[in-house]
Design a protein around this ligand. Structure first.
Ligand code: 9MR
Length: 356
């Protein structure tokens, strides 16, 4: 494993003060502070090719992250190219990197509407769907039993605009098994590794607007019904793919308060800023993105400390955002806390401000 190639001083030292509202940057303190083990652990999603090829990438992850999660590798598409073959090579590699650097590795994701291989998409009946879903969870959680302590068991179960209860997203799992697939998945995961924390994860509940409010309500409805049925569930993940939409701070704080009242953990699982509709000049855009993250984390921390904050990648060099949300002005997207040269951006200051 490479030694730390970038020091905290060289990363943070060149930044200077950033005049972000409500944020006093204590540079001297930051230069001597430990880079990890913040009071709320920080982490990032990791990518395979970059991990092999890019030493600065490895060093930045090792310098800042207490958690890692894989962007791919543990999705059905990667794990199960055919029905009967489970390929753990990518996941095992991420886990080895995480462990060698004293990080914990979270599993993403066991049951999702996306990233399904063609053979799974083609499942056309309830018996096979249930059998394969359970076999998947038993095999994958079983393989990592005692080594992956935190799983996104069900990802994005809520419809984008839930008009009527229960408001679940159309997916292979809903179509073939019905709404009970969520509880089935959680129960199977608990059985496969009773020590693992089980999370349900979703997005788009943090913005101002009726659609987001409806999604928030549907998500809470699902969580409450799982609790009422004594389904094993330890926490709720909010992805946090932010954008030019304003954060509904009161709504988000109220949501997190509900989670807290149920005795569940809350974590931020995929934070980044989709910046295709934000101002052009990079400096200005970085400030707007940081302010958005400030609003988002501020609303969450007003209710409770999350158990972790993870960004969906760590550097603008490697992100899903340009694939789907390229800018009209041709300028590169800047969705993540470090730029392409691995210099921390104001977004990282905001994360540190809340988490350290
Ligand atoms: O960033 C991920 C991208 O590299 C993959 O191609 C894609 C499909 O597997 O998934 C992306 O990650 C998604 C995550 O798994 C769930 N929430 C939304 C993320 C961004 O699309």
């Amino acid at each position: 494993m490479p030694k730390l190639e970038i020091s905290r001083r060289s990363l943070i030292g060149g930044m200077g003060a950033v005049p972000l509202a409500g944020l006093a940057w204590r540079q001297a303190e930051a230069q001597t502070a430990p880079t990890r083990k913040w009071s709320v652990p920080y982490g990032a999603a990791v990518r395979g090719g970059s991990l092999t090829e890019d030493a600065d990438y490895r060093a930045t992850l090792a310098a800042y992250c207490d958690h890692l999660v894989s962007e791919g590798g543990l999705k059905w598409f990667d794990l199960r190219p055919t029905r009967d073959r489970f390929d753990f090579s990518e996941g095992d590699r991420y886990l080895a990197f995480a462990r060698a650097n004293g990080m914990t590795f979270r599993g993403h994701t066991l049951v999702w509407h996306g990233a399904l291989p063609p053979w799974a998409e083609a499942i056309d009946n309830a018996v096979v769907a249930e059998r394969e879903m359970i076999r998947h969870i038993e095999t994958v959680v079983g393989h990592y039993r005692g080594r992956i302590a935190n799983w996104d068991v069900v990802n994005e179960a809520i419809a984008d605009d839930p008009q009527t209860a229960p408001g679940l997203r159309d997916s292979l799992w809903l179509r073939r098994i019905g709404p009970r697939y969520v509880a089935l998945a959680l129960r199977a995961a608990a059985q496969a590794d009773p020590g693992a924390k089980l999370i349900i994860n979703d997005y788009d509940i943090e913005f101002i607007g009726d659609r987001y409010k409806r999604k928030r309500e549907a998500f809470l409805r699902l969580i409450r019904s799982l609790r009422a049925d004594n389904v094993p569930l330890h926490g709720v993940g909010l992805q946090g793919h932010l954008s030019d939409n304003q954060i509904d701070q009161a709504g988000l704080t109220a949501f997190v308060n509900e989670i807290k009242a149920m005795g569940l953990e809350f974590m931020v699982t995929e934070l980044d800023v989709v910046d295709n509709k934000m101002p052009g000049p990079p400096d200005m855009r970085d400030m707007v993105a940081a302010a958005r993250v400030h609003d988002f984390l501020g609303a969450i921390f007003a209710a409770m400390k999350p158990s972790a904050v993870l960004t969906w990648g760590i550097t603008d060099k490697y992100s899903w955002v340009p694939i789907y949300f390229k800018r009209g002005d041709g300028l590169p997207n800047r969705p993540l806390p470090f730029d392409v040269q691995y210099k921390p951006k104001p977004m990282m200051q905001v994360i540190e401000h809340f988490c350290r």
